[in-house]
Write a protein that binds this ligand. Structure first.
Ligand SMILES: *[C@@H]1O[C@H](CO)[C@@H](O)[C@H](O)[C@H]1NC(C)=O
Ligand SMILES: *[C@@H]1O[C@H](CO)[C@@H](O)[C@H](O)[C@H]1NC(C)=O
Ligand SMILES: *[C@@H]1O[C@H](CO)[C@@H](O)[C@H](O)[C@H]1NC(C)=O
Ligand SMILES: *[C@@H]1O[C@H](CO)[C@@H](O)[C@H](O)[C@H]1NC(C)=O
Ligand SMILES: *[C@@H]1O[C@H](CO)[C@@H](O)[C@H](O)[C@H]1NC(C)=O
Ligand SMILES: *[C@@H]1O[C@H](CO)[C@@H](O)[C@H](O)[C@H]1NC(C)=O
Length: 449
């Protein structure tokens, strides 16, 4: 719900009364502390107030405003690797894992967990695209099975905490879960190796609830190039963007209503997808190349195409994408600068948040874990050029709109288009030696029986 003008006037009058009351309080002798010389620090009328923790009324107002926005509109992050971290540290055995407080786990000195239920609640997270991820080394072997293990893990986790999580596969289901005060739980597979180059697996992942597929991780698939091919001197280029089969995968994803995620792909792959896709695409966790020339980030000409495509770039907090300096983690202002840049180039309808928590070893200062989203929103509002409506778009409104457009296009395509039945050309698999672990009965010329 958006506050109407009348409601704002009401809130304004209540606030003025409070301010007057506080000023009166000050004049009758309440001791006032000052954090910074330029800030007028006034003690709010609360019994819990300690003298060391004084906030300005302005800060309190922004904090309350952000709290109110997040209570009414779901903040939906585009990418979180909690499932991966649980695989890494607990081999997917969650029987005795305390999902509420995972700060205490330091299995083999791995990166401390950035996600748990207490911190999701503190961060007022309304929805999450849980990344379903396993390493590239599974490709050509047991990739599909390993992705199924991660979907099964998330299914068990959601079932274990039904008061906290609720599965969602459409924009409407996200809203229903949010209304029920559950964290809407969406699945995205990272990445294309999950389907081992067959439409059958793609369609079955859709049936398992998967609503986006990142086309590649840090490895090519036999039908799409990854971002590292764009590094100076790289010899990794194999497909020059999307292959013809790759283009068919995009069309089939459009037909299904599965979002195409361009995080991790090469620039040529981005351009190929943007010219083929009939539906808005996403970048589930990428930042602005103009501010940090990492190949994982999005260049300005691509940002403009994303705007035309009505897609969305969900800004990642990954320090190296923000600062391009391995000795400097960056902070909230650094991430905000990327968000502002994407907004300025791609437009307010094409920007979102994709923190990449539990997929990163380090975080910017002030954004240590999933509890910190409100601090980022407070910072943006404090800049003075983000209205409540802008914030609502950024935190989830844009993503829900992209999902709805994908859902609508899928319904329309399904009226005229049949499921695709093509097979990837054998030579495309051979190029990557991905024939060894396959029995090639579907390629008759290669078998005698
Ligand atoms: C932690 O390290 C020990 C010793 O190398 C190994 O046996 C164990 O499997 C590791 N546990 C996990 C979850 O990686
Ligand atoms: C799962 O982990 C718990 C300890 O956290 C252990 O007691 C239990 O045996 C494990 N289950 C399996 C099947 O390994
Ligand atoms: C980014 O810029 C730096 C400094 O100009 C340059 O050395 C580096 O090669 C660039 N990286 C890419 C991926 O273009
Ligand atoms: C972030 O770091 C920059 C550069 O050190 C600094 O100027 C800025 O004040 C910091 N922002 C916050 C919110 O701490
Ligand atoms: C909002 O204002 C800040 C501070 O002046 C600026 O850095 C930022 O780029 C602006 N944001 C947009 C979207 O223009
Ligand atoms: C494929 O396997 C063959 C034989 O094992 C090897 O010589 C070749 O280098 C491999 N090619 C690739 C792309 O891995």
């Amino acid at each position: 719900m958006v506050l109407t003008k009348k409601q704002w006037i009401l809130i304004g009058s209540v606030a003025s009364v409070l301010v007057v009351a506080i000023v009166v309080g000050v004049t009758v002798g309440v001791v006032v502390g000052r954090k910074k010389p330029e800030q007028q620090t006034i003690e709010p009328p609360t019994t819990e107030q300690t003298t060391t923790e004084q906030t300005t009324t302005e800060q309190t107002t922004i904090e309350q405003r952000v709290h109110a926005i997040l209570a009414e509109h779901p903040l939906i992050d585009g990418h979180n690797d909690w499932a991966w971290a649980i695989r890494r540290d607990f081999r997917n055995n969650i029987t005795n894992v305390d999902l509420y407080d995972m700060t205490k786990y330091h299995v083999n000195n791995s990166t401390p967990f950035q996600t748990d239920i207490n911190r999701l609640r503190k961060g007022q997270v309304g929805g999450q695209f849980w990344s379903i991820y396993t390493r590239c080394t599974h490709q050509g072997k047991d990739a599909t099975v390993s992705f199924m293990e991660q979907i099964d893990l998330m299914n068990r986790l959601i079932a274990k905490e039904p008061d906290v999580f609720q599965m969602a596969t459409t924009a409407d289901e996200v809203r229903q879960a949010f209304q029920a005060k559950k964290i809407a739980s969406l699945f995205g597979i990272e990445s294309g190796q999950a389907i081992e180059s067959t439409f059958s697996a793609l369609r079955l992942f859709y049936q398992l609830g998967v609503r986006y597929m990142t086309l590649t991780h840090n490895c090519n698939t036999p039908w799409a190039d990854q971002h590292m091919v764009d590094r100076p001197g790289s010899t990794l280029v194999k497909n020059n963007g999307l292959t013809e089969f790759g283009k068919k995968i995009i069309i089939e994803m459009n037909r299904l209503g599965m979002l195409v995620d361009l995080a991790h792909v090469s620039k040529k792959t981005m351009l190929d997808v943007l010219s083929v896709s009939k539906s808005p695409i996403i970048f589930s966790h990428s930042s602005a190349y103009a501010l940090c020339n990492q190949t994982r980030n999005v260049q300005d000409d691509v940002l403009r195409l994303v705007k035309d495509n009505r897609g969305i770039v969900m800004v990642a907090f990954t320090p190296i994408f923000i600062t391009c300096d391995s000795n400097y983690l960056g902070n909230i202002s650094g991430v905000a600068a990327h968000i502002n840049h994407v907004r300025n180039v791609a437009g307010i309808d094409s920007v979102g948040l994709g923190g990449d928590y539990d997929g990163i070893d380090e975080t910017p200062v002030g954004l240590e874990d999933v509890s910190t989203y409100p601090k980022l929103i407070e910072y943006l509002i404090s800049q003075g050029n983000w209205t409540d409506n802008d914030i609502i778009k950024l935190i989830g409104g844009n993503l829900l709109r992209v999902m709805e457009e994908n859902e609508k296009n899928a319904r329309e395509l399904q009226e005229t288009m049949q499921p695709l039945e093509d097979m990837i050309p054998l030579e495309d698999l051979r190029k990557y030696n991905f024939t060894e672990c396959r029995y090639l009965d579907m390629y008759p010329s290669t078998t005698t029986t």
